[in-house]
Design a protein around this ligand. Structure first.
Ligand code: HEM
Length: 516
C-alpha cells in the first residue's frame, strides 16, 4: 500500500518535471499560485471570522470549540437542551456561533417586543427566503409579503372563517365515518398517524380541492408523499441531508409538485377561493407555472403541517390524564345536549373554556417555533430590566418562547406537567394573568408566534382541532391499547420548526360508538 502511494507521488513529480521540460511551466506555476492564493484567502477569512470577540455592551459570546461550525451540531441535535444549557451559563441573552453565523438568542419574554416590533433594524424576510430555498427550492420573484399576508387574512379570518370551518367539518365527518365504516370490532392504530392523516386529508380537501368531487387528486397519495417530505424537513433546513436523503428529498418534492399542479386552477367550487387568489397573486408577481407549484407546497406545509401534530398531543394528554378527559367530555356533552334547531353545532362549539384551556396547555408543551430576524442595521436592544445590548449588522436574533415563557418554572409551576385547567380561573373564565419577576406578562405562551408574522390561520386551526376532538370523542370509543402507556418522547431534532412531533407513537384502538 505504502509503496503504491510512493509510486503515485513519483509519477506526479515526473509529470510536473516533464511538463516543465515541455515548456508549460509558467501555466503550471500560475495555477499553483492561484490555488495557494485561494487557500490563503480562505484561511484569512476563516481566521477573521473565528477571531470575533465580545465588544463592550454586546451580549456574552459563546463560539463553541469547533472552528466555523461552532455549536451547530449540538443546536441541531436538541436546540431546547442546548439553549437551556446556554441560558444557565450566560443568562437571558447571549450570542452563539452556528455554522459560521452569529445568532443572538433572547430568552426574556418581557423583552420580546424589542425584537418583534422592530421591522427597521430587524428583517423577517431574508432568513425566511433562505429557508424557502433550502426546503422548497423556491425563489419568488418580486414577492411582496405584506400583500400576501393581507390576502391570507381575508381568507382565513372574519366572514370567510365560518365558511371554511363548515367545509372542514363536512370533510372531517365523512373521513371519520369512512374510517370506521361497517366496523363493529376494535381498529388499532398509532394516535399520531390517526390524527395527522385525518386532519391533513380534511384540511387538504378544504384548502386545495374546494368542493369538487370528481377528478380530484387522491388526498391519501398527497399525505403519503407529504409525510416523507416532512420527515426530511429539519435536515433540509439545516442542509444536513446525506446523499441518499438528498435524492429522496428531491424526488418527493417533484412528486408533490406534480400532485399539487391542478390545485387553485379550477373554476367556481372546483377550487378553494383562497388558492385561486393565491395563484392569481403569484401570476401577477411574475411567477411561472413551475414556481407556482413550488409555492403551493410551501402553503401545504404552512396550512397542514401543524394541526395534525397538535391534535395528537392534545388527545394523547387527554387519554393519559383521565381527569382532564372527563372534564372535556362533560363540556362537550352539554353542547351535544343542546337543541340544534335553535343553534347550529359549529356555533355551539364556540364557547368551550375547558377545551380551550386544555388546548392552550397542550400547545404550551408542544409548540416550539423559533422567531428569527436578521439584523440589517446595528441596533441597541433595550431589555425590560434596563440593560442594553448592541447587536451587529449581519447577525441573527432568535427568540425561543418554548424555553421562556412556556417551560419557565417561574411563570408556570411544574412546567413539565400537563394541567388541563392551567389557563382557567377558579370561576371558569380564561386565565390571562401570569407573572415573572413581579411583572405581568404580555407573552405567557406563544405557540402562534407574534406580531405581523404571527399565524394567520390561528382561529381556523383552533376551530379545526376543536371540531376534530369533538367528533372523535362523540362518534368513537377511543382507548389506549395499554392503559398504563405514557406519552412518547419528543423528536428532539424538531425544536424550532413549529409543532413538535413524537419519537415513535402511542398505540390506540377505536370503534364506532353504538349510539351513532
Ligand atoms: C396548531 C396549528 C398551528 C400552529 C401552532 C401554527 C403556528 C404558526 C407560527 C408560529 C407561525 C409563524 C411562523 C414564523 O414566524 O415564521 C405561523 C405562520 C403561518 N401560519 Fe400557522 N400555525 C398553525 C396552523 C395554521 C393553519 C391551520 C393555517 C391556515 C389554514 C396556518 C397558516 C399560517 C400562515 C399562512 C403563516 C405564515 C404567515 C406569514 O407569512 O407571515 N397556520 N403559524
Amino acid at each position: 500500500m505504502f509503496s503504491l502511494r510512493r509510486t503515485n507521488v513519483q509519477v506526479v513529480l515526473v509529470k510536473v518535471l516533464y511538463s516543465r521540460a515541455s515548456g508549460t511551466s509558467s501555466r503550471l506555476r500560475a495555477m499553483i499560485w492561484t490555488i495557494l492564493l485561494i487557500v490563503q484567502g480562505i484561511l484569512i477569512l476563516f481566521i477573521l471570522v473565528s477571531k470575533r470577540s465580545r465588544s463592550e455592551k454586546e451580549p456574552p459570546l459563546d463560539k463553541g470549540v469547533i472552528p466555523w461550525l461552532g455549536h451547530a451540531l449540538e443546536f441541531g441535535r436538541d436546540a431546547s437542551k442546548f439553549l437551556t444549557r446556554m441560558k444557565v451559563k450566560h443568562g437571558d441573552i447571549f450570542t452563539v456561533r452556528v455554522a459560521g453565523r452569529y445568532v443572538t438568542v433572547l430568552l426574556d419574554p418581557s423583552s420580546y417586543d424589542a425584537v418583534i416590533e422592530d421591522s427597521v433594524s430587524l428583517d423577517f424576510t431574508r432568513y425566511a427566503q433562505v429557508l424557502m430555498d433550502r426546503i422548497f427550492s423556491l425563489r419568488l420573484p418580486h414577492h411582496n409579503p405584506a400583500v400576501e399576508k393581507a390576502m391570507m387574512k381575508q381568507h382565513f379570518e372574519g366572514e370567510s372563517l365560518s365558511c371554511l370551518s363548515s367545509t372542514m367539518h363536512c370533510h372531517l365527518q365523512s373521513l371519520l365515518l369512512q374510517a370506521c365504516h361497517n366496523q363493529t370490532d376494535w381498529n388499532t392504530d398509532g394516535l399520531f398517524s390517526f390524527c395527522y392523516s385525518l386532519l391533513f386529508r380534511a384540511g387538504y380537501l378544504t384548502h386545495f380541492e374546494g368542493e369538487q368531487k370528481s377528478n380530484r387528486t387522491d388526498p391519501i397519495a398527497v399525505y403519503a408523499e407529504y409525510r416523507k417530505f416532512d420527515n426530511l424537513l429539519t435536515k433540509m433546513a439545516r442542509t444536513m441531508l446525506k446523499p441518499e436523503e438528498k435524492r429522496t428529498a428531491h424526488s418527493v418534492r417533484v412528486r408533490l409538485w406534480d400532485l399539487l399542479a391542478p390545485a387553485g386552477l379550477g373554476k367556481g367550487s372546483g377550487s378553494s377561493t383562497w388558492l385561486r387568489c393565491y395563484r392569481h397573486l403569484l401570476q401577477e408577481e411574475g411567477a411561472d407555472e413551475e414556481t407556482q407549484r413550488r409555492a403551493l407546497l410551501l402553503q401545504l406545509w404552512a396550512t397542514q403541517g401543524n394541526v395534525g401534530p397538535a391534535a395528537f398531543w392534545l388527545l394523547g394528554f387527554l387519554l393519559t390524564n383521565p381527569e382532564a378527559m372527563r372534564a372535556v367530555k362533560k363540556e362537550f356533552s352539554k353542547i351535544s345536549g343542546q337543541d340544534s334547531a335553535q343553534c347550529p353545532l359549529l356555533d355551539r362549539l364556540q364557547h368551550t373554556p375547558v377545551f380551550d384551556s386544555a388546548l392552550e396547555e397542550t400547545l404550551r408543551l408542544s409548540a416550539a417555533p423559533f422567531i428569527t430576524r436578521e439584523v440589517v442595521q446595528a441596533k441597541t436592544l433595550h431589555m425590560a430590566d434596563g440593560q442594553e445590548y448592541k447587536l451587529r449588522s449581519g447577525d441573527r436574533v432568535c427568540l425561543f418562547p418554548f424555553i421562556s415563557p412556556q417551560m419557565d418554572p417561574e411563570i408556570h409551576q411544574e412546567p413539565q406537567r400537563f394541567k388541563y385547567d392551567r389557563f382557567l380561573n377558579q370561576e371558569g373564565s380564561v386565565k390571562k394573568d401570569f407573572f415573572k419577576g413581579g411583572r405581568r406578562l404580555k407573552y405567557y405562551t406563544m405557540p402562534w408566534g407574534a406580531g405581523t408574522n404571527g399565524c394567520v390561520g390561528k382561529r381556523f386551526a383552533i376551530s379545526s382541532i376543536r371540531q376534530f376532538v369533538y367528533l372523535v370523542l362523540s362518534h368513537l370509543e377511543l382507548e389506549l391499547c395499554d392503559p398504563e402507556a405514557q406519552m412518547p418522547e419528543v423528536n428532539s431534532s424538531r425544536y424550532g420548526f413549529g409543532m413538535l412531533q413524537p419519537e415513535g407513537d402511542l398505540a390506540i384502538r377505536y370503534k364506532p360508538r353504538r349510539s351513532h
